[in-house]
Design a protein around this ligand. Structure first.
Ligand SMILES: [Zn+2]
Length: 718
């Protein structure tokens, strides 16, 4: 027997041990999750609509009698709810008529129930379809000259004060006998100038004791809409209390459509909006982040209600032409990452389901079904919030993207800022900086959420309700940080200009009585070297196109000044003049006031340095709970939590420099660090189920994704 020296034995043992432990690491790192992700609701007694919904819709019927086959297609694609339209289709309208639809509908419902497909019945309450056209003389809306108002150029708009109303309530009564899980109202739509039919004129006279003005009345439109919807909700709930009632609620078009958002929250069991109906106009001009933005705004508006983004599978305004496969994937990913359910509907026949775009939609919905627990209720972990002010949308200045309900419409004020564009600008700066953030509102309930943020941003928010302004003052006083732009709080809640900003003490500036228009060859520059300009070393920065003259408080510090307006672009530079960025300590907190339309300017011109300035401000104002090692361009980051599970969604929009998007460019080595409130056990990618190696430093966990395609969800388990 050959004797092996003990030293050699030890060496061999060490090598074997090293090999085994290396193998262990490999196995550990490549191991898939052995079981399905656990739900955070083990004893789940929530109603079905509070659980994840994947809603399908076919908004017409060209199925040549094969109506019941549609169910199989939805089930195969991973849907669990249908918003049912097609068995009652009257071209592109639908309103249940028992004489015509009952038999077919009962068979459909029976098969849907067998397949665990919940049914919400669609009711069109904004147009008269072909079979109701005979009633148009009495049921349609009319303009002040008596002409019937049309929607989509083809169908008369329905009037809520006309006898159509009785027809609608009768339809509700007959629907109650059906085995359905809820109803959905598409509409109603009352446009700005309102309806001037005989019934509306009579109603107006009765309410206000004077004739209806030729330009209509916003107040009357709002009352008409609200009264009808409240009554419809109460009527339905009495008939079928366990089933849901909701509607198509255009939350970014409240003013032109006379929507009272507070009231709307009382008659919608789910909040749904058309965040995925795109693009209407040329795609290149469309706001890239619309689906995620509307999903965030829905959450800010109704954090405790289930939410849904309506996504037309088709590229609006075409009905038989689907979005590109990549646009489809990005839209769905962005909505679900931002905690909204997705309604995916097509406006052509199911032949469209064989296209690549529909296949991609199917892949996404099957993935969501497979990983339902991860897409169940979660809450945001963002420490930064962007305020969308419904008061400003109504009383200050906003512009509206085209939609099915409003058509083309832009309302702009020359002097004031533009809430919508400012929102979009700040939204994009945050998103492109990989800073997780929420959109909150100025509704009363939002006040309670302020304390969960380190930093709140007010983009060109001309008006705020007094209690919200006071709450923001208290937020800064007790250590919060505020970034405010342009003429924030210079108007009261009804839109009247005031002598000074309501939050002038927090901003550290007084309004100096003047708006200043600037041509696009003007500049601002930093005042000495200060923290805000860290990492930026150019002498001059493009000024936004509008500024506001302010007088800083004595203790406030000017961080940047505008150069005196230049008469042209090829002239000698002028001297620094008006204060442009002002930093103010207030109580235990701080405020950064920007005396110009920074958000609007970024939305149109994308000055790179604006984004860097905002990032510098946020790095000073907010704890970096989720930090990215580099700048990853158009990588959307959503940071959420379910109990002791943290979820980071990464949606890669780095793509062709045009739209519709055809390709996304993969990102290599995406690294980020999470500062977890608890010890992290395992980390894995949802797309592969594989664990990811982590680097740890106490509760800080760093991960690197070697290759990020379009969408990944990184899950951190305790
Ligand atoms: Zn009318």
């Amino acid at each position: 027997m050959k004797v092996i020296p003990s030293e050699l034995l030890i060496q061999q043992a060490i090598i074997i041990l090293l090999f085994l432990s290396f193998l262990g690491i490999i196995l550990l790192n490549c191991s898939s999750r052995s079981q399905e992700t656990a739900s955070i609701h083990p004893d789940d007694r929530r109603p079905w609509y509070q659980k994840p919904m994947r809603i399908a819709a076919l908004q017409c019927n060209f199925e040549a009698g094969k109506t019941l086959d549609v169910i199989d297609k939805w089930v195969e694609m991973g849907f669990n709810v249908e918003q049912l339209f097609h068995p009652m289709a009257d071209d592109y309208s639908a309103l249940y008529d028992p004489a015509k639809h009952r038999e077919l509908l009962e068979s459909y419902l029976e098969k849907a129930n067998r397949n665990n497909l919940k049914i919400i019945l669609y009711l069109n309450v904004h147009i008269l379809g072909p079979s109701l056209m005979e009633h148009k003389e009495r049921w349609a809306q009319r303009d002040a000259s008596g002409k019937i108002l049309m929607l989509y150029d083809t169908y008369p708009a329905v009037c809520l004060h006309s006898p159509w109303r009785q027809h609608f309530f009768e339809a509700l009564d007959s629907l109650a006998e059906l085995d359905i899980h809820g109803i959905f109202l598409d509409g109603p739509v009352i446009q700005k100038t309102g309806c001037h039919c005989e019934f509306c004129q009579r109603k107006y006279l009765e309410l206000y004791e004077k004739p209806l003005p030729p330009n209509g009345s916003h107040e009357f439109n709002r009352l008409t809409r609200d009264e009808y919807l409240k009554r419809a909700y109460a009527h339905w709930k009495k008939l079928k209390p366990e089933s849901i009632f909701y509607m198509n609620l255009p939350i970014t078009h409240c003013t032109p459509l006379a929507i009272d958002i507070n009231s709307a929250l009382t008659y919608n069991d789910i909040l749904g909006t058309e965040g995925g109906f795109m693009f209407y106009g040329p795609p290149k001009k469309s706001f890239l982040w619309r689906p995620g933005f509307t999903a965030k705004l829905l959450e800010g508006t109704a954090p405790d209600k289930p939410r849904v983004i309506f996504m037309a599978g088709d590229q609006k305004p075409w009905s038989w032409y689907l979005h590109s496969p990549m646009e489809t994937r990005l839209c769905i990913a962005s909505c679900v990452s931002n905690a909204a359910n997705v309604w995916w509907g097509i406006h052509g026949s199911t032949k469209l389901l064989t296209t690549e775009s529909a296949q991609v939609a199917g892949d996404m919905f099957r993935f969501l079904k497979q990983n339902e627990a991860i897409y169940d209720t979660s809450r945001s972990m963002a420490k930064v919030a962007l305020v969308y002010s419904y008061t400003s949308e109504h009383a200050y200045s906003a512009s509206y993207e085209e939609s099915d309900f409003t058509g083309k419409s832009t309302e702009k004020s020359v002097a004031r800022g533009n809430l919508t564009e400012a929102m979009y600008g700040y939204y994009e700066m945050l998103l492109r900086s990989q800073i997780p953030f929420d959109v909150i509102t100025d509704l009363k309930h939002a006040i309670d959420s302020f304390s969960s943020y380190d930093c709140i941003i007010l983009p060109s928010t001309g008006c705020l309700p007094d209690d919200v302004a006071d709450a923001l003052r208290g937020f800064v006083m007790s250590g919060g940080h505020l970034i405010a732009g342009f003429d924030c709080t210079l108007y009261d809640s009804s839109g009247r200009m005031q002598d000074n900003f309501a939050l002038s003490d927090v901003f550290g500036v007084n309004f100096d009585k003047e708006y200043v228009a600037l041509a696009n060859h003007n500049y601002f520059q930093s005042e000495n070297d200060n923290w805000l300009f860290t990492g930026l070393d150019i002498p001059l920065y493009p000024a936004p196109l509008q500024a506001i003259r302010v007088r800083p408080y004595l203790n406030a510090r000017v961080l940047a000044r505008l150069l005196k307006p230049l008469p042209g672009r090829y002239v000698p530079l002028t001297a620094p003049d008006l204060p442009f960025i002002i930093h103010n300590n207030y109580g235990k907190g701080e405020c950064l006031f920007i005396a110009g339309t920074l958000g609007e300017m970024y939305h149109h011109y994308n000055p790179i340095e604006y984004r860097k300035l905002l990032k510098n401000a946020i790095e000073r104002f907010s704890e970096p709970v989720l930090q990215f090692d580099e700048h990853y361009g158009a990588l959307e980051v959503v940071f959420r939590r379910q109990g002791e599970r943290i979820i980071v969604h990464l949606i890669n929009h780095n793509a062709d420099m045009t739209r519709p998007i055809e390709h996304v460019l993969p990102l290599g080595n995406v690294s980020f660090t999470l500062d977890s409130p608890f010890h992290i056990g395992t980390v894995y990618c949802l797309s592969t189920g594989r664990q990811i190696p982590v680097r740890r430093e106490q509760q800080r966990v760093s991960v690197t994704l070697r290759d990020l395609g379009v969408y990944e969800t990184v899950v951190f388990e305790k």
